[in-house]
Design a protein around this ligand. Structure first.
Ligand SMILES: [Zn+2]
Length: 324
């Protein structure tokens, strides 16, 4: 039996475990619209995509958990409906028979402050942050980053993270509208208000987790709503300090894959250290009747993403050079 990239897979080899994946549901009970770049957005259909994802995940007996890469409710959702709409989407996720690990995105934060959002998503992290890790089997660890740690959205207005983000945007983006990339060149185009960065404390936490994973000989999957590699994403969607995060990750050999959302078209790249970056296609942009979700089979030497419709299936072989 051959895989898509021609490598031979031992017949009958069972995955170590499997999990479900979906990103950018961005549901709102409003008329369909378009993105800034004119891409159609199907606000009411996206929750149906999520419902079909959960049904499919439940049919798959071996899924251990699911990951939501963020942005469950759109920023256009009328504010007085935000709380109920977030609860409605969380309610669909809760029909999955296993745990769901949520990431937060900018659209979640347009709707609710962290103090209301994180308990609904059952995210437990120090001081209102949304980074954490979990280990579904002893040989693997998942690291969930909070890409809006330093951000002008979601924190109280006088909070240090907000002030630091506003100062940063003031320095990096000369436009009045800090969501406009006009005049920004190349990778500078990521310095937009709807993105964010990882702060010092989280960076130290990440370093500590990767150190520990290395000691335990674990393979690591890093998840962040904002993509971490320019090869897999539009420049406008990247984490502000993706380069600093990757410098930390590249000090170790344990990280095999980085998963992201936010850049709705999706993408896949392999960086200079052999780490794969897979940005997921958005559920929001599925025309009625089509889907974008998937499940991942994890083996000791690779992960296989099996996507529905618009989510491209991807075989990711771990770089043998980078093995411990
Ligand atoms: Zn986003």
């Amino acid at each position: 039996m051959a895989s898509a990239n021609g490598l031979v897979i031992a017949p009958g080899k069972e995955p170590l475990f499997s999990f479900g994946l979906i990103s950018d549901v961005q549901y709102a009970d409003i008329l369909d619209g378009r993105s800034f770049y004119g891409v159609p957005r199907y606000y009411r259909h996206s929750i149906i995509v999520l419902q079909r994802a959960v049904e499919r995940w439940n049919d798959h007996q071996k899924l251990k958990f699911a990951i939501n890469l963020g942005d469950i409710v759109d920023g256009h959702c009328p504010k007085e409906q935000s709380l109920n709409t977030v609860k409605e989407v969380v309610g669909v996720f809760e029909k999955f028979r296993g745990p769901v690990y949520h990431l937060i995105g900018n659209h979640c934060l347009y709707n609710l402050p962290r103090s209301k959002l994180l308990p609904l998503l059952k995210i437990q992290s120090p001081d209102g942050h949304a980074y954490y890790d979990f280990s579904p089997v002893p040989d693997f660890r998942f690291v969930v980053l909070d890409g809006y740690d330093i951000s002008a959205i979601g924190w109280p207005h006088d909070y240090p993270s907000t002030l630091e983000a506003l100062k940063f945007l003031q320095e990096k983006n000369p436009n009045q509208d800090k969501n406009s990339p006009v005049g920004l060149v190349g990778l500078e185009r990521r310095f937009l208000m709807f993105n964010g960065g990882i702060g010092k404390q989280q960076m130290e936490w990440l370093d500590g987790i990767l150190q520990e994973a290395t000691k335990l000989k674990q393979k690591v999957v890093v998840c962040c709503h904002l993509p971490l590699d320019p090869g897999a994403s539009s420049k406008e969607a990247l984490l502000w300090n993706y380069d600093e995060v990757m410098d930390v990750i590249h000090r170790y050999n344990c990280v095999k894959v980085c998963l992201g959302g936010h850049d709705h078209k999706g993408g896949h790249s392999v960086d200079s250290h052999g780490i794969h970056h897979r940005v997921l296609e958005a559920a929001l942009e599925c025309p009625p009747g089509t889907d974008a979700f998937g499940h991942v089979d994890v083996y000791d030497d690779r992960i296989s993403l099996i996507g529905a419709d618009r989510m491209e299936s991807t075989d990711i072989y771990f770089n043998p050079q980078a093995d411990l």
